[in-house]
Design a protein around this ligand. Sequence first.
Ligand SMILES: CC(=O)SCCNC(=O)CCNC(=O)[C@H](O)C(C)(C)COP(=O)(O)OP(=O)(O)OC[C@H]1O[C@@H](n2cnc3c(N)ncnc32)[C@H](O)[C@@H]1OP(=O)(O)O
Ligand SMILES: CC(C)C(=O)C(=O)O
Ligand SMILES: [Mg+2]
Length: 495
Amino acid sequence: MERIYVFDTTLRDGEQVPGCQLNTIEKIQIAQALELLGVDVIEAGFPVSSPGDFNSVVEISKAVTWPTICALTRAVEKDIEVAAEALKYAKRKRIHTGIGTSDSHIKHKFNSNREEILERAVKAVKYARNFVDDVEFYAEDAGRTDNEYLAKVVQAVVNAGATVINIPDTTGYCFPDEYGAKIKYLIDNVDLKNAILSTHCHQDLGMATANTLSGVINGARQVEVTINGIGERAGNTSLEEVVMALRSHKDRGFDTNINSQHIYSTSRLVSSLMNMPVQPNKAIVGRNAFAHSSGIHQDGVLKNVETYEIINPKDVGIDDNAIVLTARSGRAALKNRLSVLGVKLESAELDKVYEKFLNLADRKKSINDDDILMLVGKEARLNRIKVDYLQVVCGIGVRDVASIGLNIAGEHFEATASGNGPVDAAIRAVKSIIRREMKIQEFLIQAIDRGSDDIGKVHMQVEHNDIVYYGFAANTDIVAASVEAFIDAVNKFVE
Ligand SMILES: CC(=O)SCCNC(=O)CCNC(=O)[C@H](O)C(C)(C)COP(=O)(O)OP(=O)(O)OC[C@H]1O[C@@H](n2cnc3c(N)ncnc32)[C@H](O)[C@@H]1OP(=O)(O)O
Ligand SMILES: CC(C)C(=O)C(=O)O
Ligand SMILES: [Mg+2]
């Protein structure tokens, strides 16, 4: 197997996403998760950019043992000096310096020419080598750089002591065959000595993963990636996609050091600390990545998972696949769910229940266990808890207090509580009535549209006795939606 080195830039390129800025403690948490995941290099920041970023690189260097810690710079001496200082405590350290090499960058960004840029590149690499042995050079906008000139720059920086040469498709412009051909051109036309080539692809046209894999096939030995594919504009190549693509095609002869069972937990951590929800259909880590909702697929999966699954969800740290019952489901999926719920039906009975099921499923997006039990006449547990009323006092300079009235199996209960914000106050009030061990594991509020009159969609996961229950609700009042989503989850386990 040919080893492919994984360079994670979630904390640098990923953190360039508006609204994703992290404090030092959060960055350390992510760096430690990346170490557990088994990445080879962590790009921890751009130290000259702010005292906060400098400090984060210092603290990550102290907190992490195995991965190389990398700091980004421009081809500017001051940047390199500051990066070297920030990496002082790293056990393994790398400076990542570089400059734009496309004609567009040379002309518009630097008002310069090819010769001058080549000189600046060489000078920066030589300067960085005074501080560290491991220097990576990036030829920014290499995707749109003329191959002959790019090869000249790469040869010059290798001669100057660069150990890794990064060929970024900065604008996500290349087609996979074009990007692969670029890497091959460099392999064929440069004496790389011991240096390796690295991919760094962006997602502007949705081709980042394809380009990265094409780079690997053509000779690149390092891939620059981020968790969940976050990054500047449309994002970077996502770690989980490249790692699992290589692992699912072992016959190609490439593998990484990634412990894939930590992929899902790392994805969740990054998503929640960076406030970046993962789209449900995101490959590998999206909520629907292992969910089957149509009858033909469900029938196939129940007969043999290989019919519709190319990855075992456990391999990426997801407990199991999900068979979601919808109006597109067939008898096989319904029968399977009924048997999990302890209901065995003869085929004539199943046909009758299936008819009722379709009627309901046409009106309701997804059918839960209570719905199914109701269809077979065992509806005792269906929505025992309902919200009678909810009143919240919140704002600036007041204590957040919520009063709630709940109807539980026909009986009325009331409670009032204060909390850290209106949602916390309301959930505390609910908990003071329903005294069970319940822990919110996931809480996501998403606007459906953009206006201030928008509906807030809440997705919540509540853990009870080590099992996670899902709750959903939508309301123009996001506090009400949060409480309704909580109750929706609780209704799935209260007796
Ligand atoms: C493709 C990428 O993702 S690159 C990384 C992007 N990340 C960032 O930019 C985040 C960190 N950046 C910053 O904090 C700031 O932009 C700083 C500290 C680097 C520079 O700030 P300022 O000195 O105020 O410069 P400003 O950002 O306005 O402009 C960038 C300058 O760097 C120059 N520059 C840009 N890239 C490079 C490079 N690789 N090597 C040398 N100079 C460069 C530009 O030509 C411009 O110089 P000019 O002012 O002489 O025209
Ligand atoms: C700084 C470089 C490596 C970069 O992020 C890019 O070119 O996209
Ligand atoms: Mg980038």
